[in-house]
Design a protein around this ligand. Structure first.
Ligand SMILES: [Mg+2]
Length: 279
């Protein structure tokens, strides 16, 4: 799950709000974003924050704002990178630790930050546990109904596939039975910054594609905040037995592999997925 999330995020990063790049959306390579400095094959905030969440799950640490905030700060400080929204990037640069994070954050965002890191939470064994854990982590930065609902829906997406709770075509209906939002209504066109928009687009793409490669291209084709759409969609899609796992091998090969890159992610992914409960 984390590996596919990272590839989707890194691939999408070259296309984020860069409509002119869309002609290059053929999965042949990670593209250079026309305005960002990010090196092709590097992942962004979506992956780094998902890693931070996954590490708390794997450590089986108490699921508290203190522990989660500390993990967000630690993941950034040990491996700082751009690709975060500018204001949040500067916030992370200027705080020391999780205590200061919680003291100084203004948790009133309804953007996609809490949803883009929520997929690993889907490994918890019941929808109720997933909802509670997703809500607690979302409220740290996105304590708004829309911000929390988007995060809960994103976490329940991966949960639905991990635990085989139904067919892919019923994903939207399943989400609507647990969290407020028009999750089964197809998302059309450009994806802007609100969290529910990215999640709606990701659900739309997952429901209408049967392979990871087609899914990734379809997420990018929305245009707009597409690294987040792709990260949410491919994290969930990686857990669906109705989606063929055919991400081109050169995208695995070219994914960054520094200290917290591909090999680290593969190992963390293994530990995370080993916690899926065998019911
Ligand atoms: Mg991003």
């Amino acid at each position: 799950m984390l590996l596919e999330l990272a590839i989707a995020d890194a691939y999408g990063a070259g296309f984020e709000y860069a409509d002119e790049m869309i002609v290059a959306n053929d999965l042949s390579r990670y593209v250079q974003h026309p305005r960002h400095r990010l090196i092709p094959g590097s992942y962004t905030d979506d992956t780094q924050m998902s890693i931070a969440i996954a590490e708390v799950i794997v450590a089986q640490a108490p699921w508290t704002p203190e522990v989660l905030a500390e993990s967000f700060v630690k993941a950034f400080k040990r491996d700082p990178r751009e690709g975060y929204a500018g204001s949040f990037y500067h916030f992370l640069v200027n705080i020391r630790d999780g205590v200061e994070f919680l003291a100084k954050i203004r948790p009133d965002s309804d953007k996609s930050g809490a949803a883009m890191r929520a997929a690993p939470i889907g490994i918890y064994s019941t929808p109720e546990q997933v909802i509670e854990a997703a809500t607690i982590q979302a409220a740290i930065t996105h304590n708004t109904p829309d911000g929390i609902n988007a995060a809960v829906a994103a976490a329940l997406m991966s949960h639905y596939f991990i635990y085989r709770l139904g067919p892919k075509r019923k994903l939207g209906q399943f989400l609507e039975s647990y969290v407020s939002g028009e999750w089964s209504k197809p998302w059309p066109g450009k994806v802007k910054s609100k969290g529910w928009m990215s999640v709606r687009a990701a659900i739309t793409a997952v429901m209408r594609n049967d392979s990871m490669s087609a899914l990734l291209q379809d997420c990018i084709a929305f245009t707009g905040d597409v690294d987040t759409v792709a990260a949410i969609a491919l994290a969930a899609g990686s857990c669906s037995h109705e989606i063929s796992q055919d991400i081109p091998s050169h995208l695995f090969t070219a994914l960054e592999n520094g200290t917290y890159g591909k090999d680290y992610i593969i190992e963390l992914d293994k530990q995370l997925m080993s916690l899926v409960s065998k019911k």
